[in-house]
Design a binder for this molecule. Structure first.
Ligand code: LMR
Length: 394
C-alpha cells in the first residue's frame, strides 16, 4: 500500500540545515534555522536549565503519567509569563504541547473542530510551517499584507485593509513578537488598531508567541499579546519555550484558549485534553517541569532572565554592527531597517538568485526568502556577510 504515497515537499528551513551540514567549506556561515548561537557558534544549555535539571535528577522519584493537559503548575507559570495579569486566570483553558509547533497544530485543530469552514488569515509572509500545517489539515488560508519590501518595515495600511475583510468565524493568526520570518513588528498603537479591527469584524485572534524575550524584553514582547487577549471575547495563544529557555529538543509549549465564561472555559479545557489524547496522549514533561521550576524559584528565575537578556542584547548588537557595516561599505542607509527589526530574524529583501549566490559563492546560508538568523553571526562574520551582500549585488 505504501507505494501509493506521494513524495512530500521538503521543509525549506530543515533542508537548508542539512545542506549546511554537508558543505565542507570551513568558512561557511549558518544563518538558517532559528536556533540561538553564541559568538563561538554554540547553543549552550542555559545555566538555570542545568541547575533545574540537576535538582530534578536528585528529587524526581517517578516518571509516571502527569495529565493529558500536562502539569497545571506549568500552565499557571507560563500563562503568568505570557499574560501577566491581563486576563483572569479562570477564563484561560490551557494544555501543554510538544513545542510551539504542537501548540499551533492543536490550535488549528481546535478551530477546525469548532468550524470546519473557518478561514485562517495569515501574514504574507509567515513561518512556512504555519502554511504547511494548515494545508495538511485542509484549512482555508487567506493572506494579509504584512511586509513592505521598500522600507523593510510593516505594511501597516495594507495589513489593516486586508484584515477588515475577515468575518466572524474567521481566525487571524498574529505573531506576538519578533515576526518570523521578517523581523518587522507592530508597535503598541498598531496593535490597538488590530484590536479595533478584530472587534469590528468578530474574527478570533490566534497569537503565535515563540520568541518572548528576544525582542525588546520579556514584558515588552508580551505587550501586544496581552492587549489583544484582554480586549476580545475569545483568543488562542500558542507559546513556545524552545527559544527563550533554549530547550529546543525538549518540545515544550503551551496552547491557551481564552473565553468569556467558566462553561466555555471548561468546554475548551476538555477539548484541548481530548485533542492531546488523540494526537499524542500525554505531552512531554521534562522541559515543562524544568521551565516551571525556573519560573517558580526566585534565584533560578533571576538568573534565567539575566542570561536571556544577554542573549537579547547580543543579537541587538549584531544587528547594529551589520547595519553599520553595510552603511559604511555601501555608503547608503538602505539597510538601516536591519537595526530596527527585532528578534532572531531579519528579511533582507533579496531575490532568490542572490540568496543562492550568497550560498554558492560565499558559503553563507540563509532561507530562500532572504530570512537570516542574526544569531548565526559574530563580530568576525559581520564584515564578511556585509561584503558578500554587496558583492552579489543586493
Ligand atoms: C525557524 O523558523 O527556523 C524555527 O522556528 C525552527 C523551525 O522549526 O522551523
Amino acid at each position: 500500500m505504501f507505494e501509493n504515497l506521494k513524495a512530500q515537499p521538503a521543509d525549506k528551513i530543515l533542508a537548508l540545515m542539512q545542506m549546511y551540514k554537508n558543505d565542507p567549506r570551513p568558512s561557511k556561515i549558518d544563518l538558517g534555522v532559528g536556533v540561538y548561537k553564541n559568538p563561538q557558534g554554540l547553543t549552550p544549555v542555559m545555566r538555570a536549565v542545568k541547575a533545574a535539571e540537576q535538582e530534578l535528577w536528585k528529587t524526581q522519584d517517578t516518571k509516571t503519567y502527569v495529565g493529558l493537559a500536562g502539569d497545571p503548575g506549568f500552565s499557571d507559570a507560563l500563562i503568568d509569563l505570557v499574560l501577566g495579569d491581563a486576563v483572569d486566570r479562570d477564563l484561560v483553558a490551557a494544555a501543554a504541547t510538544p513545542g510551539g509547533t504542537g501548540a499551533c497544530r492543536q490550535a488549528f485543530e481546535l478551530v477546525r473542530m469548532a468550524d470546519k469552514d473557518a478561514r485562517v488569515f495569515v501574514s504574507d509572509p509567515t513561518w512556512p510551517n504555519h502554511l504547511s500545517i494548515l494545508s495538511y489539515l485542509g484549512m482555508q488560508v487567506v493572506n494579509y499584507r504584512y511586509f513592505d519590501d521598500e522600507t523593510g518595515g510593516v505594511d501597516f495600511d495594507g495589513m489593516i485593509e486586508d484584515l477588515k475583510s475577515a468575518k466572524s468565524g474567521d481566525v487571524v493568526l498574529l505573531h506576538g513578537c519578533c515576526h518570523n520570518p521578517t523581523g518587522a513588528n507592530l508597535n503598541l498603537s498598531e496593535w490597538q488598531a488590530v484590536v479595533d479591527v478584530l472587534r469590528d469584524t468578530g474574527a478570533v485572534p490566534m497569537i503565535d508567541i515563540a520568541y518572548q524575550g528576544f525582542g525588546d524584553g520579556l514584558e515588552e514582547d508580551a505587550a501586544g499579546t496581552r492587549l489583544v487577549a484582554s480586549s476580545v471575547p475569545e483568543c488562542l495563544i500558542a507559546a513556545s519555550c524552545s527559544k527563550n529557555f533554549g530547550i529546543y529538543r525538549e518540545r515544550t509549549g503551551l496552547l491557551m484558549a481564552i473565553s468569556q465564561d467558566p462553561d466555555a472555559r471548561k468546554l475548551n479545557q476538555d477539548t484541548l485534553a481530548f485533542l492531546n489524547r488523540q494526537n499524542f496522549s500525554f505531552p512531554p514533561d521534562h522541559g515543562a517541569r524544568v521551565v516551571t521550576m525556573i519560573l517558580q524559584d526566585e534565584a533560578l528565575r533571576t538568573d534565567w532572565k539575566a542570561e536571556l537578556e544577554d542573549v537579547r542584547l547580543t543579537m541587538l548588537d549584531l544587528r547594529q554592527q551589520l547595519a553599520d557595516e553595510l552603511q559604511k561599505l555601501s555608503g547608503s542607509d538602505r539597510f538601516g531597517f536591519l537595526a530596527q527589526h527585532r528578534g532572531m530574524f531579519s528579511r533582507l529583501g533579496a531575490a532568490p538568485d542572490k540568496v543562492e549566490a550568497l550560498r554558492t559563492e560565499h558559503g553563507i546560508y540563509m532561507v530562500g526568502d532572504s530570512r537570516m538568523n542574526i544569531a548565526g553571526l559574530n563580530g568576525e562574520t559581520v564584515p564578511i556577510l556585509a561584503k558578500a551582500i554587496l558583492d552579489v549585488g543586493i
